[in-house]
Design a protein around this ligand. Sequence first.
Ligand code: FES
Length: 355
Amino acid sequence: MRQFYPLKVKDIRQETADCVSVAFAVPQEEAETFQFIQGQYITLRTTISEEEIRRSYSICSSPLDEELRVAIKRVPDGRFSTFANRQLQVGDTLDVMPPDGRFYTTVKAENEKHYLAFAAGSGITPVFSIMKTILQAEPKSKFTLFYGNQRTESIIFREDIEALKNTFLNRLSVYYLLSQEHTGSDLFSGRIDRDRCQVFFKHLVQLNQIDECFLCGPEEMILGVREELLANGLQREQVHLELFGTNAGKRKKQEVNVADSDFQSEISIQLDGNSFSFTMTNPQESVLDAALRNGADLPFACKGGVCCTCRAKVEEGEAEMAVNYALEPDEVEAGFVLTCQTHPKGDRLVVNFDA
Ligand code: FES
């Protein structure tokens, strides 16, 4: 069930000058609820200056660590991330929604795969969890990571990654790129982009030996790298994407194609076996916002079409999404929507959060 649970902060570790990792104490009775898969995220909720704030953060620990830990990098004007970096203390309680997300692949001990990952900045968080898990749980698999940062001191988990390299000498390769510091090589001084990928794929990685790729970072980076991977023969289903540091919440939403005049739509929401109905009269409002305004307690986090927490299925009626960074084409085909981005197109819409 997508509801919040109060969890105590068990440990806070300063990872870099502007990034902390926060571990939670999970009570025995909630252990199953908070079991996670490498690459997933949790949504945190707290009240700051009398305003409820929710943010999703990727889990940086591995399921094998038996610890639930997220990394929170402070972003300029980020209220939650500033609070977490400057005020949060061990022993404080935060509301935490159980792990969610599909940025992972199934790990099997008998696999003999070569995984490739590109991460930028805090985009390392889920990739680090995935990398640790695969290296430990798949003894015959290899992992190659390209990791972009501004400067050496801003590299999150640098020591842990170096320790992993020492432990898995022949199975882990890591290439660091720095955008604001010269590394002694033009190829690694700058951002991860398509041009550099062309050189990487020519000289450093043989893409025909890569089984799966994980891309996590800003939109421009992950979409650019994906294009290059697809152009070089990888299939879409081999490439897993997780969008980080997006401006999605701030971006101008794509115009939603519904007429404004005399708009009225009967909305029925199904959640946890219950049904809740209301009338929408503003076609520019999302189904999620309208439902929340009408008193429904629905799961959401980013409200930017990124995290997928607000996913539900349209059971009746027609709707369209303004943006979608989270759902795969087959899910959209099957009728799933991100309700924070969804606008009804007709006079009736039934949306099922239990589907
Ligand atoms: S709340 Fe994150 S995608 Fe809708």
